[in-house]
Design a protein. Structure first.
Length: 229
C-alpha cells in the first residue's frame, strides 16, 4: 500500500468472494490468497472504504499496489429555525413532550442460548454483511491485541495495571457482543486461556482471523465449564 499521509498498519484487506481477510503490517504490506476477478475491500477508520478488483496482471505478478487517496467530507448546509425557542437550553428542553416507548422482551431464557454468527456474503445481503464484517474484524483485532498483552504479559505485573487491562477488556465492543464472560469471572477466563497454552502461531501477523475464532471457541468452552461447577 502506498501513501505518505496515512498510517498504513492494521488496514483491513478483505476478499469479498472468499470471505477471508488480513490486516496490513506497519509498512502497509500484506499477503492474501486471491483469485482472478476477486473483489478486495480496503477498509480503515482513516479513510473511506473502497474496493479493488484482482486482474490478470496481479495474478501473473503476484503483487498488487494499492494507492490510497485522501478525501474531504463536505456536509450539506443546515438551517436551524428557532420555532418557539428562547435560546435557554434548559427552558427549551422542558417544552419537549416525551412519550415512553415500551420495548418488547423476547419470551426465552437469554442465558440458555449461546450462538456464533458466521458471515456468508451473497448477492442479496452483500452491503449489510460488509458493514457487519468490518465491525466484527476491526473490533476483533482490538480485542486480540488486548488478549495478547494480558496473556503474554509478565506474571509479576502490578495488580493495578492488570486491573486496568481487564477493565478495558470487558468494555471492548467485541467482548460485550461475542465473549460475554461475567465481570467476576474475567480473571478466571484469562487464567483459563493461559493454561490452555494457545498455539503461538495464532499470535503472528496474518493469523488474526484464526485467533479471533479460536478465542470465541475458548470463551464458549469456558462458560460451559463454569456451568458444570
Amino acid at each position: 500500500m502506498l501513501d505518505d499521509n496515512f498510517n498504513l498498519n492494521d488496514v483491513l484487506i478483505y476478499d469479498l468472494n472468499t470471505a477471508s481477510g488480513v490486516f496490513t503490517s506497519d509498512n502497509g504490506e500484506f499477503i492474501i490468497k486471491v483469485g482472478l476477478n476477486d473483489q478486495l475491500l480496503v477498509s480503515s477508520v482513516q479513510f473511506e472504504d473502497f474496493k479493488v478488483i484482482v486482474d490478470q496482471g496481479v495474478i501473473d505478478n503476484k503483487i498488487i499496489n494499492i494507492k490510497i487517496k485522501g478525501s474531504e467530507n463536505v456536509l450539506e448546509e443546515v438551517t436551524v429555525k428557532p420555532y418557539n425557542l428562547s435560546g435557554d437550553v434548559i427552558a427549551d428542553v422542558q417544552k419537549i413532550s416525551l412519550e415512553e416507548v415500551k420495548q418488547a422482551r423476547p419470551d426465552f431464557n437469554e442465558d440458555a442460548y449461546t450462538f456464533r454468527y458466521k458471515f456468508r456474503p451473497d448477492e442479496q445481503s452483500a452491503v449489510e454483511n460488509i458493514a457487519i464484517e468490518k465491525s466484527y474484524l476491526t473490533n476483533g483485532l482490538n480485542f486480540t491485541n488486548m488478549i495478547k498483552a494480558i496473556v503474554n504479559g509478565s506474571r509479576k505485573k502490578e495488580n493495578q495495571n492488570l486491573d486496568k487491562e481487564l477493565m478495558a477488556l470487558e468494555q471492548s465492543p467485541f467482548f460485550q457482543q461475542y465473549i460475554e464472560v461475567p465481570s467476576d469471572r474475567i480473571p478466571a477466563f484469562i487464567d483459563y486461556l493461559k493454561n490452555e497454552e494457545i498455539d503461538r502461531k495464532l499470535f503472528k501477523k496474518g493469523n488474526e482471523l484464526n485467533l479471533i475464532e479460536h478465542l470465541i471457541e475458548k470463551s464458549e468452552e469456558f462458560k460451559l465449564q463454569q456451568l458444570k461447577k
